[in-house]
Design a protein around this ligand. Structure first.
Ligand SMILES: NC(=O)c1ccc[n+]([C@@H]2O[C@H](COP(=O)([O-])OP(=O)(O)OC[C@H]3O[C@@H](n4cnc5c(N)ncnc54)[C@H](OP(=O)(O)O)[C@@H]3O)[C@@H](O)[C@H]2O)c1
Length: 236
């Protein structure tokens, strides 16, 4: 069998929750869910009544962000994703109030249509065109949690910055990046809340599972291309 050997403090027991596969501890109940929770709470300071926009909304982090935002009292949660199927899932399964396909029409044109009253919190998984669109749509005092910038991960050219950075000044916006490793102390609070929401049947999740360690590279590339809904996992 496959084993890992390390100091005991490296490991944490995970509860076996009836009706759920243990793999949920690798995403919605694990680091991925915690990333969503930390970004919304500790970084963006999301408040009840906020309008929240999430990019990469149908991915592992994004599916968690929308649902957590709703549980924390967001008035309107808007998501963008790269296919019609994903957009349908966002509103039908993941509690998003509005969702759109950023591949159909430029995100900068679509976002104001779905957020006519502006955005208070933007959870950024994508960067680039999505960050630029959000900077246009942000309300005064808005907060942006910079979680990822996947639109630029594969680019070999220098990427262009948003052309509307001055909005940060005139609207008094706060942008803050974060790396989860520095926020692990939020895990107990997250686990307590998430376990309760789960038990109440309020949290949905998806996994895209690829079999065989030899398929790991293809699975990773497929994730970069958007072949996954929810967490991309490799089963070995
Ligand atoms: N700060 C941290 O500590 C931390 C921790 C974990 C993850 N992250 C970041 O969070 C983000 C999401 O990670 P994840 O693991 O949950 O991945 P994921 O969202 O499950 O998968 C990546 C998704 O990105 C979308 N995508 C790819 N290229 C895009 C583009 N050019 N524009 C818009 N969307 C694009 C694809 O969906 P579509 O079909 O919708 O295009 C794809 O499914 C990543 O940026 C990752 O680096 C940060």
């Amino acid at each position: 069998s496959d084993v890992i050997q390390a100091d005991a403090e490296t490991f944490r027991p995970v509860p076996d929750i009836e009706g759920l596969p243990l793999s949920v501890h690798l995403h919605i109940l694990g680091m991925t869910g915690l990333t969503a929770y930390v970004g919304l709470t500790a970084i963006a300071g999301m408040k009840e009544g906020d309008t929240v926009f999430v990019s990469g909304a149908a991915g592992a982090v994004g599916t968690a962000v929308g649902q957590i935002a709703k549980q924390l009292g967001a008035s309107r949660v808007i998501g963008s994703a790269g296919s019609a199927e994903k957009v349908a899932l966002l509103t039908q399964k993941y509690g998003y109030d509005e969702a759109f396909n950023y591949k159909e029409v430029n995100v900068r044109e679509q976002l104001p249509v779905f957020a006519p009253d502006g955005v208070d919190v933007y959870f950024d998984n994508v960067g680039g065109d999505h960050l630029e669109a959000a900077l246009d749509a942000m309300n005064d005092g808005g907060r942006i949690a910079l979680c990822g910038a996947i639109s630029g991960y594969n680019s070999t050219d220098r990427t262009q910055g948003p052309d509307n950075m001055a909005n940060i000044i005139t609207r008094g916006l706060k942008l803050e990046g974060f790396t989860l490793a520095n926020y692990l102390h939020h895990a107990p609070a997250f686990r307590e809340k998430m376990t309760k929401w789960f038990a109440e049947g309020k949290i949905a999740y998806d996994e895209t599972v690829v079999d065989g360690i030899e398929n790991t590279v293809d699975a990773f590339l497929d994730m970069m291309r958007g072949a996954n809904t929810g967490k991309m996992l490799v089963r070995i």
